[in-house]
Design a protein around this ligand. Structure first.
Ligand code: HEM
Length: 241
């Protein structure tokens, strides 16, 4: 594809490479569309200052939204598995931590806060931060199900002290997953280095230039990515002297 730059009249060619399948993107947006109402209605039930909204007809409405969204939230990965089982297993493998992630942790402050590209070792299709988000969301799916289903159907049947622990588990998972979601949202829509992530989740493609810079292990393969990274680091160090 070619793009005409407004001010300079220059024409540049962009090579787009596929990153997400249509079903992957649909799954991502449907997950968001169910998670957000679940988080909002969950917070209404959780925070004491929102108690007036959790009572009477308003409370019934909030609980109904929570339950309907919970059914869709729970079914989504199962439906995804039916359509693309190998792709779902690939995501699970992609999200698992490995020793490469330590490099991301060390480099993240200089990279994200100071924009120092040479501080960030080459990343795969998902960088370690995105992997952490994916892992938390997978754990959240399981924990919300394991605690939420008995909270829904077990009231009066499950002993009160066990029920209390289910609610505590549900609440803690809400705190962790909502914090993770807010960081993810900020990086996706507001951080200047990450804007292309949102484009790829919308259109399924990413520019070759962006992939080479931000997902070099995926773009070049681990060996070539490491060689390029070492060369960049050497050049940056020589530039300082
Ligand atoms: C499989 C998904 C889920 C199921 C089955 C589920 C189920 C439930 C049920 C049955 C309740 C009790 C509502 C009532 O008082 O009648 C509840 C409360 C709650 N849910 Fe969920 N939920 C799910 C996902 C979520 C998610 C994704 C969040 C937040 C991100 C969340 C946050 C909360 C919170 C904070 C409460 C209030 C608990 C309290 O009273 O302290 N839930 N949920």
């Amino acid at each position: 594809m070619t793009v005409q730059l407004k001010d300079r009249g220059e024409v540049i060619a962009i090579q787009w490479i596929p990153k997400y399948t249509t079903l992957e993107r649909l799954g991502h947006w449907l997950h968001t569309a169910t998670f957000v109402p679940l988080a909002i209605t969950g917070m209404v039930l959780y925070f004491p200052f929102l108690q007036p909204l959790a009572q009477g007809a308003a409370g019934e409405f909030v609980r109904m939204i929570h339950r309907v969204a919970a059914i869709l939230f729970g079914l989504l990965p199962i439906i995804y598995y039916i359509f693309q089982p190998r792709r779902l297993l690939l995501h699970i493998r992609e999200f698992l931590p490995n020793k490469e992630d330590i490099g991301w942790l060390k480099g993240a402050p200089a990279y994200y806060l100071l924009g120092k590209h040479e501080a960030m070792p080459p990343q795969g299709r998902f960088n370690a931060g995105e992997k952490l988000n994916g892992l938390v969301m997978m754990i959240a799916w399981a924990v919300f199900g394991i605690t939420g289903i008995p909270m829904w159907f077990g009231k009066g049947i499950i002993p009160p002290e066990i029920f209390r622990w289910l609610v505590i588990g549900h609440d803690l998972m809400m705190i962790v997953s909502v914090c993770m979601f807010l960081v993810h949202l900020y990086l996706a829509v507001a951080h200047p280095l990450m804007w292309a992530g949102l484009v790829s989740m919308r259109f399924g493609v990413v520019s070759a230039e962006y992939a080479a810079e931000h997902h070099a292990r995926w773009f070049y393969g681990p060996k070539r990515a490491r060689e390029i990274y070492e060369a960049k680091k050497r050049a940056a160090a020589e530039g300082k002297h």
